[in-house]
Ligand binder design. Structure first.
Ligand code: SF4
Ligand code: SF4
Length: 577
């Protein structure tokens, strides 16, 4: 018997305001349990529309989101989280394959061009795509300016080929075009056109969403003289564009984040026999997600942890390797990474014929020039306030990595949606922002399955290549319909919580008797029972049913048997735009 107190989240009334954990953790606040309910009834179209109402690009997040929702999932306290991302992947693919592709343009054209104002979006990456999606739905004419010949920004050029196919990105871009969004490629704002040029064209607002795609340099002796040091985002971009040239036979990747894992795995596919990732952090404190690290390790990437780069070692003008010192592992114990302690006399060289840097990126803010330099903060990013259009730079907004530094695609999508609502308010000269509409909903059923405890997490098939060289095939496959259904059934519907209108309780005891886990009890005034917040109010008979939230399995039988309908499920919902 499992300990049900382990996974109860709603011990206090205010917790209901937090909604289900997955919805709160997802930057786009996708309402997964209600999507599961619709899928359970075979209503895939409706489920997709609900998904799409929060997430304009589920085909992308379903493949590459880092799934913070799963880290927060209540089911994870029982065994393993619901495979939310895989369900999203399944649903987006299912809809495409069912020849209902028109659904992919959910609400397409509903407001298309109904407003005369135009908005310029700089950058066609995740933040720019999401901003354009919402602005088009608000009715604005939107033009995206993209410096590269292809659209999609980091969603396209910053993700390895073996994680997402170009046709998936192209499909999402095509949806934007059908919404009436114009994309002008090969135009760099700041180089070809200035912000003032855009203003002179009469745009009502400008949204800067250029991402953070300029790799940081290694500032150590010898780095400037070496011509075999590359930058990871640049290499990923070239490979995406079809350049499959091998960079060397012994490559050292510097950095311990997810991009370092991506580029090391890409190098393996380009034919490099030996790829080593070196990072300052220990294995447990490196920023890359566990599953990214494990994938790189499985593909034969070597790791050198706790390595502090000192200088570039050259011989006869040829790169020999990276000279490093060992970092004391204690540096990551108490105050992780704040005070890096280098161990004296511990110098060593990691041999390499090429080095790829993956030590974070920053944005290129050349478009600001002197005139708009106030938009920048001391970290070289655009000030956070510009997502809400606050400040002296009237009509100039920003979204995504350009204000946060490199983050996730899902965060950039959320930021793009948020900035669109602020741009809309600005243009309408309204103080109301149509960003989120929260609600508390009542229902009679929770959707929890009686066998939910027994169901094990489904694993999507993986196509792991036997020979990596030249193999850029997609590894993660989508769920089958049965797998998706089983995952929906594993969800504990922690968004739904029993509420009893105790003043109207008639003391029939039906609910107490029907409850399979005995979490209901009848109390009287004499019991002096207190709820979490206040003394329990009993009905006219001086009695009332009371529930122990920490035992409730959300079966809903009490709701079904209550003759006076005083029991219901309540759920808090964060609705997107
Ligand atoms: S977009 Fe990402 S965080 Fe949100 S529900 Fe999907 S997988 Fe989870
Ligand atoms: S149990 Fe279901 S509703 Fe609760 S966090 Fe997990 S997926 Fe979301």
């Amino acid at each position: 018997m499992i300990d049900k107190t382990k996974y109860t989240t709603y011990l206090d009334d205010s917790d209901i305001q937090n909604g289900e954990r997955c919805q709160v953790a997802c930057p786009l606040h996708i309402d997964m349990p209600n999507i599961y309910d619709l899928m359970d009834k075979g209503k895939y179209k409706e489920a997709y529309i609900l998904l799409k109402s929060a997430n304009p690009f589920p085909a992308i997040t379903g493949r590459v989101c880092f799934a913070p929702c799963e880290h927060a999932c209540t089911r994870g306290l029982l065994d393993t989280p619901v495979a939310i991302r895989d369900v999203e992947y399944f649903l987006s693919e299912y809809i495409q394959s069912e020849s209902t592709a028109d659904l992919a343009t959910y609400k397409e054209g509903s407001l298309k061009g109904t407003r005369k104002e135009t908005v310029a979006v700089i950058g066609s990456g995740p933040a720019g795509m999401a901003a354009a999606w919402d602005l088009a739905h608000y009715g604005y004419k939107v033009t995206i300016y993209e410096k590269h010949p292809v659209s999609g920004g980091m969603a396209h050029l910053g993700i390895p080929v073996f994680k997402i196919l170009r046709k998936v990105i192209d499909h999402e871009i095509a949806v934007l075009l059908r919404l009436g969004v114009t994309i002008v490629n090969n135009v760099e704002i700041g180089r070809d056109v200035t912000l003032d040029d855009l203003k002179a064209q009469g745009v009502s607002a400008i949204c800067i969403a250029v991402g953070a795609d300029v790799g940081n340099k290694l500032k150590i002796p010898g780095a400037d003289e070496c011509d075999k040091i590359y930058e990871s985002t640049e290499i990923l971009r070239l490979v995406r564009m079809g350049d499959r040239k091998k960079l060397g036979d012994n490559i050292l990747v510097v950095g311990g984040g997810n991009t370092a894992m991506d580029i090391s795995r890409t190098c393996k596919r380009l034919g490099t026999k030996k790829v080593t990732v070196a990072c300052v952090e220990s294995k447990d404190s490196m920023p890359a997600f566990d599953y990214e690290f494990e994938s790189a390790q499985r593909e034969g990437v070597n790791f050198q942890f706790l390595a502090m780069p000192n200088s570039i070692e050259m011989k006869n003008k040829r790169l020999v390797g990276l000279k490093c010192s060992h970092v004391d592992p204690k540096s990551f114990e108490n105050n992780p990474g704040k005070d890096i302690i280098v161990m004296k006399g511990s110098d060593f060289t990691i041999p390499a014929d090429s080095i790829i840097l993956s030590i974070s990126q920053k944005p290129n803010l050349g478009m600001l020039g002197e005139k708009y330099s106030d938009a920048k903060n001391e970290r070289g990013l655009i000030k956070q306030e510009l997502e809400r259009g606050i400040g002296d730079l009237e009509g100039i907004f920003a979204a995504g990595d350009v204000i946060t530094g490199p983050r996730s695609i899902v965060s950039a999508f959320a930021s793009g949606r948020s900035v669109a609502s602020h741009i809309d308010s600005f243009i309408r000269k309204s103080t109301e922002v149509s960003e989120k509409r929260n609600s508390i909903l009542s229902s009679k059923k929770s959707g929890v399955k009686f066998n939910f405890e027994e169901l094990k997490r489904q694993k999507a098939q993986k196509k792991i290549p036997l020979n990596l060289e030249g193999n850029f095939e997609i590894i993660n496959q989508k769920f089958s319909a049965n797998q998706a259904k089983e995952e929906c059934d594993r969800c504990m519907r922690c968004n739904k919580n029993i509420q009893i209108d105790s003043k109207r309780c008639i003391n029939c005891n039906y609910c107490v008797n029907v409850c399979p886990v005995r979490c209901l009890t009848m109390v009287t005034e004499n019991n002096r029972v207190f709820t979490n917040k206040s003394e329990l109010e009993t009905g006219e008979l001086g009695t009332a049913a009371m529930i122990k939230d920490d035992l409730c399995i959300r079966c809903g039988l009490c709701i079904e048997v209550c003759p006076v309908e005083v029991i219901s499920f309540k759920s808090f919902n964060i609705n997107g735009n």
